[in-house]
Design a protein around this ligand. Sequence first.
Ligand SMILES: Cc1ncc(C[n+]2csc(CCOP(=O)(O)OP(=O)(O)O)c2C)c(N)n1
Ligand SMILES: [Mg+2]
Length: 458
Amino acid sequence: MISEIIIPKLGATGGDVTLDEWLVPIGAFVNAGAPIATLTTDKATVELEAFRGGYLRAILARPGDTVPIATPIALLADSSDEPLGEYAARAITNLKETTTLLTANTDAVESQISNQKSAIENRKPQPPPQAPIASSSIAPLLQLPFLLALFRSMSLIRRFEDTLYQLFLQGLVPGTLHQYQGQEAVAVGVSAALNKDDVIFSTHRPVGHLLAKGSSARGVAAEIWGKAAGCAGGKGGQMHLCDITIGAPPSNAIVGANIPIATGAALAFQLRGEPRVAVSYFGDGATNIGAFHEGINLAAVKNAPVLFVCENNGYAASTHISLTSRVPDLAVRAEAYGIPGVIVDGMDVLAVYDAAQQAVSRARRGDGPTLLECKTYRYMGHSRGDPGGYRTQHELAEWRARDPIERLRLLLVAQHNVSPDTLTAIEIETQAQVDDAVAFAQAAPEPEPSLLETHIYA
Ligand SMILES: Cc1ncc(C[n+]2csc(CCOP(=O)(O)OP(=O)(O)O)c2C)c(N)n1
Ligand SMILES: [Mg+2]
């Protein structure tokens, strides 16, 4: 079978895309998800990935060509000599004439990447020691239904994000995506320590935070598709998810901006005498923003009930933490504010839960905020426009070997006698939940134009 690889909707404005280079020779086999070409949109240079496995049988565009969205640019086939049929007239089956361009481009990019990689290798902190399964110290204290709920929640987030990724490659998701695969243990471990009326303040990467706190997959999906049934009425999109019913005011894509806002919410709880806690999620990149200092310092001096959760995934967009901070452990900054700074393995949901629970109890009894640094990793690029070429496959593989879902699976099977089939059944259920959410979102009506000016504060 011959399948077309089309240009998905990559750019912010949906404009034309320039094909920069082919990354795979014609005739080679490519796996599903493997990058096959680089493209430049109105926003960034991105990699185009194969949405299925197959042989790159022919290409339909040359490096330098400008191609509109939805145009087929390559053909994947089940064999390297499959007949080209209707495509025969326009298919390019030999890239020789473009190889000079290819080599020149590749050399410049390679040397840029290798410079940054060697700068990083020289100063990079090592990931925390590998623990093969989730933290067993508190595991025996926890009931099986609770552990299974953590597994279900992480599985739902992973399935949701993976499904969106597949649909994105087919050009079926509007806008861009900032994905959460790899970081699930943080949102799920923290949420498990919270009450329903506690609030979370999220970032440009909010899907996992909201699903873990209990937002419906349908509401989140419909928001990503900009539909009226979306959790923000279709006005927010992926970066501005919002669900007041589960304690999630609008997520904030301005890096670090939610930190003082979470402090403000916590001060309100304190003034009203309510036993509620506010959580601010932010990345390593946010710890160099002024709002980090102001928000944490104010919370510290007022003993505000906040939990500051730094998801240190090692990168702010394409920049490694070692290039922006002289200290590899961001939790040490807590000392400057006179509050506890705790480092936790963010790939271990039980360790995150344990640390979050202690910090939340502390906040609830009036002893003030904690800075919790979760060492974690994002498997995908910064956004769907980021090929992630600034990190090595080795680094990625090292972190994937510590996958939070697989670690909890091992623990459940080895220490709680859970049958692997029980866990597979949970994953089938969460996939069905995601498929239902996507179908719902795609079929849902658009927001009414008359509502355009509602929910505006002036
Ligand atoms: C104040 C501000 N500066 C720059 C940006 C552009 N930007 C969006 S996300 C991002 C990187 C954030 O990195 P980090 O805080 O580590 O979070 P991560 O993406 O790793 O989850 C940048 C620079 C922004 N949104 N806001
Ligand atoms: Mg980061």
